[in-house]
Structures are given as structure tokens and as C-alpha cells.
Ligand binder design. Sequence first.
Ligand SMILES: *Cc1c(COP(=O)(O)O)cnc(C)c1O
Length: 382
Amino acid sequence: MTQTNAINNRQKLDLNPLQMPHRLLLGPGPSNAHPAILEAMNTPPVGHLDPTFLKLMDEIQSLLRYVWQTDNPMTIAVSGTGTAAMEATIANAVEPDDVVLVGVMGYFGNRLVDMAGRYGADVRTITKQWGQVFSLDELRAAIEEHAPQILALVHAETSTGACQPLDGVAELCQKYDTLLLIDTVTSLGGVPIYLDEWGVDLAYSCSQKGLGCPPGASPFTMSPRAVAKLQNRPTKVENWYLDMSLLGKYWGAERVYHHTAPINMYYALREALRLIAEEGVENCWQRHQQNAEYLWERLGEIGLEMHVEKQYRLPTLTTVCIPAGIDGKAIAQKLLNEYNIEVGGGLGELAGKVWRIGLMGYNSRPENVDRLIAALKEVLAK
Ligand SMILES: *Cc1c(COP(=O)(O)O)cnc(C)c1O
């Protein structure tokens, strides 16, 4: 392209200031942010080594330990979305040739398989139909067969709406000194989690689902046992940006520069976590459960069925069966274009079979259920 063309192209860039629609985000994430969080993001940034910012980082760490119910010293926010925090658990825990056993019951289990393989793991899998969960007996049999260094499970499988029970899993891991790695992306803030009581060694989440914050800063934690494995590894972590032995020096007492923290994202995350602490995390879980039950009841009233058995249903994400003869995609498009409501479609095994409805964080409120049901009723009647 000649310089003249490049200069002429500039005219095409003469755009109006940003204007975006106001959507009600009831899909698998992101969810709408609480107004106080958006306001916090609007605060002018300070430097990433400013004493006031370092204090804010400490606050994020304490708040994360609270919402996760853990005492892990190594609990931080990763600069990036949930997938970055996911990769951080794998990069720091997996050494080449480690046996990593992944429970795959949906899309995100498969993502863990792909990632662990890239870090040189000897990956083994057990699978379930999408919408089901593993029983303790199935996990016991798999651990005895594979004796893995790491067992990775998705607590809240956003692609299916199923919640994997974790009580008793750590006891199974003890026999083989297996580290327990858990994806809590769609459970943190919305589903009861007791990381320490459950004996979880590595966990990660994101900001834009149950925490009701925009995407970009993602919770990460590792137990002292997982930190010991990291410290004893003979080879460097094969990802510089996510190496916790480096990041720990920025979040810890040394405060060594590693990367420039996305300052305003950390403001947002701090505010999102503070709001949960103000509400009380147990109350927050309860609110999610109550509003989900209200949603299930109202969906039932208009003749719709849920994909997951009630006892394993996530309060944060519901998969709703698309009735025979209905074009699910067209309904979702109408909800978006005519009602400003976003819902998700199915992935993988559930593509074309379900809608995915999220009630996460600030969005978990009865008035949002009412607004969705009213719109769905109208759209389905047409
Ligand atoms: C959303 C999601 C992720 C990925 O998080 P991003 O913020 O989209 O990168 C990982 N695991 C689960 C279960 C998720 O729902």
C-alpha cells in the first residue's frame, strides 16, 4: 500500500465516540458488572508499584482467600482472563512426563487436556456424557488405574450446566500424592466452595462470571503442597508470563517488577470482591441458588425442560432443552435484537440442543428472571 492510500484511509477512521448497546447479559459470561465496579474502573490509575496500589493487591489477595475459603499464601490475580489463570495452573504444576488425569464432562475439560498436553504431560482422560458428573467410585477407579501426579476436574462445567461434587475427592488423591486441580471459573462467588476443606491444591477462576466484574483479572491459587512441587522442579516453568516463581516476587514481600498490572482491572476486581464480602459469601451463594430455583420454576411454567438433573444443576448456569421444531439460534437472536437480552447456545455435544442461561453475580436477581421469561414467552409464541 502506498503512503497516499494509508493517508486516505485515515478518513475512514474518523469515527464517532464509542456507543454500545446496553444488554442484559444472561449467557455463559460475561455477566453485567455492578455499577459500583464500573465506577471503580473509572478511577484514574496510579503506578503499579505505588504504595497505595501494593496495598490494593494485598486486599485482593485477602478477599480472594475469603471467597475461596482458603489460607493459601500463594493466592493472586493473573493479568488476563480465566484461560490465562487456567494456563497458569497447568504451566506451574505440570512437569514433562507427569501423568495428568483429566475428568472430561464438557468443553472446558477438553481445554485442560489440550493445555496439559502442550506442557509435556502424559495426559489420561475419563469422560462423561455432557450434563453428567463423575461419581466418587468412578474417580477412585481412575486414580487407582492411572496413579496421576495431577487430577484436574471442572467444578462448574459451563458448557453443560453441571456441578461436579468435590467432597471426598482429595482423600482419594492422598494415596498417590496426587495434586487436585479445579476449574472454579463459573462457581466462584455463586456456588459454595471450600478449597481448603476439600483439599484442593490448584484452582483458578475469572472475573466476569460469578464475581460480576468485567473480564481481565483472574483469580489463581496454589496450596503449599503445589508450591513445593514448583520449587523442587529441575526445569523452569515453560511460560515466562505465568511463572509463579517470578509472579510471587511481585505479589510477595519483594515487589519485584514483573509486568505492568492492568491497574484499572485490579480496581474492578477489588471492588467486585469487596461487594461479595459486604454481602457475605454464604449469602451470595444462597442468593444464586434461590434465583436459579426461581428461574427453573418459571421455565417449567412455560413448558421448558432443563438438561441437567436437579441435584447436579449449577445455580450460575442453566442449560435449557430447545423444544423440538424450534430454531434455537433464531430465538436467541430475537432475544438479543428485540429485547437486548443475551443468552448462550450449546457447545459440542449440546450444540443446537440447549440454550445456556446464566444468572451470575450482579445479574442473579428475580427481576432479571422475570424480564427473560416475559421476553421468551413472547418470542416463543410467535
Ligand atoms: C469461561 C470459562 C473459562 C475460560 O475463561 P475466559 O475468561 O473465557 O478465558 C474456563 N473454564 C470455564 C469452566 C469457563 O466457564
